[in-house]
Design a protein around this ligand. Sequence first.
Ligand SMILES: [Zn+2]
Length: 78
Amino acid sequence: MRDGDSQMEGLPPKCPNCGSAMEPGSVAAESLVGGAKWHKARSTLALGGEKIGDYTTGGMVWFDGYRCVKCRILLMRY
Ligand SMILES: [Zn+2]
């Protein structure tokens, strides 16, 4: 993900739950090995999964998107 690329084009920034305007931003997650993965269900060791984000310098994974502070919902692009 490019630095400073915090906007998602073409997606309406409305909360899918309450319809309020969502706040643009980025989620930063620490990830020293392997990046971020999508799992359809949680498991104890989190083995497998589909890679959805590479770690960058400093061991961080970044996802750009929006959040609804009221509903605590994240809408992110990966
Ligand atoms: Zn909401």
